[in-house]
Design a protein around this ligand. Structure first.
Ligand code: C5P
Length: 237
């Protein structure tokens, strides 16, 4: 059981992407993975987490697939209409939960396209951030040597990787601060690609919490086969 002090955890699952990079007819959150859709795996891990009191799932306005899953959703789930970019979808989720959440509660945002997140990594993040004023993100240290190149692929420099991390999700921030930061970014015309970026531009300092690199985002078709291997390995562990 995770300890969060008095703050409750409200989850937002952005699931309104069209999955252009997959090149598939079906958006990636609805592709089949080990007998269920990607989003069903994700929701089982987020809505099923003991610390999560409510989940807002942001789906596309023209989504005709989610309705088939809705009857099996836990009571804690609310469905909202997402927006043009991920940041719009997350803000729609926050808006839908704002009646219930206080400014100091936690907003935990997790991509529908990351079905392999470990419940124990969510525990680790919640424990590490308990009492933190701002919040933070699950992240994995960069392992490979990094090269900066010009437009023609000529290597210009080797980048020091020691201070570099891959930003994963969940990302967990104080509810009120995240909602204000995302609104401010959108009002300024900045389409932030994660929650931390919105928090950073508002002058606050989030932290990273080391998570497992098997928390992959389904982006390309080959990722589905890898996710299947990861789920099987997790089930054996
Ligand atoms: O496309 P990308 O991999 O960045 O998407 C990350 C997550 O954000 C996915 O779960 C996707 O469904 C979601 N998303 C969204 N609304 C959008 C675009 C993406 O909820 N307009």
């Amino acid at each position: 059981m995770s300890r969060t002090g008095d703050a409750r955890v409200f989850a937002i699952v952005p699931a309104a992407g069209s999955g252009r990079r997959m090149g598939a007819e079906v958006p990636k959150q609805y592709l089949e993975l080990a007998g269920r859709t990607v989003i069903e795996h994700t929701l089982a891990r987020i809505a099923g987490h003991a610390a999560v009191v409510r989940v807002a799932i942001a789906i596309a306005a023209d989504d005709a697939r989610f309705a088939a899953l809705a009857p099996q959703l836990p009571d804690a789930c609310r469905v909202v209409t997402g927006g043009a970019e991920r940041c719009h979808s997350v803000l729609a989720g926050l808006d839908a939960l704002a009646d219930e959440a206080t400014d100091d509660d936690w907003a935990l945002v997790h991509d529908a396209a990351r079905p392999c997140v470990r419940s124990t990594d969510i525990d680790t993040m919640i424990e590490a951030l308990a009492g933190h004023a701002v919040g933070g993100i699950l992240a994995a240290p960069v392992r490979d040597t990094l090269k900066r190149c010009d437009a023609d692929g000529n290597i210009e420099a080797t980048v020091d990787r020691n201070a570099l991390w891959h930003a994963l999700t969940p990302q967990m921030f104080r509810f009120g601060a995240l909602r204000r930061a995302l609104r401010a970014a959108l009002d300024a015309g900045e389409l932030v690609t994660d929650e931390a970026q919105a928090i950073e531009r508002s002058g606050l300092v989030p932290r990273v919490v080391a998570g497992h690199a098997d928390n992959i985002k389904i982006t390309h078709p080959a990722d589905l086969a890898l996710a299947e291997l990861i789920l099987a390995a997790q089930a054996r562990a």
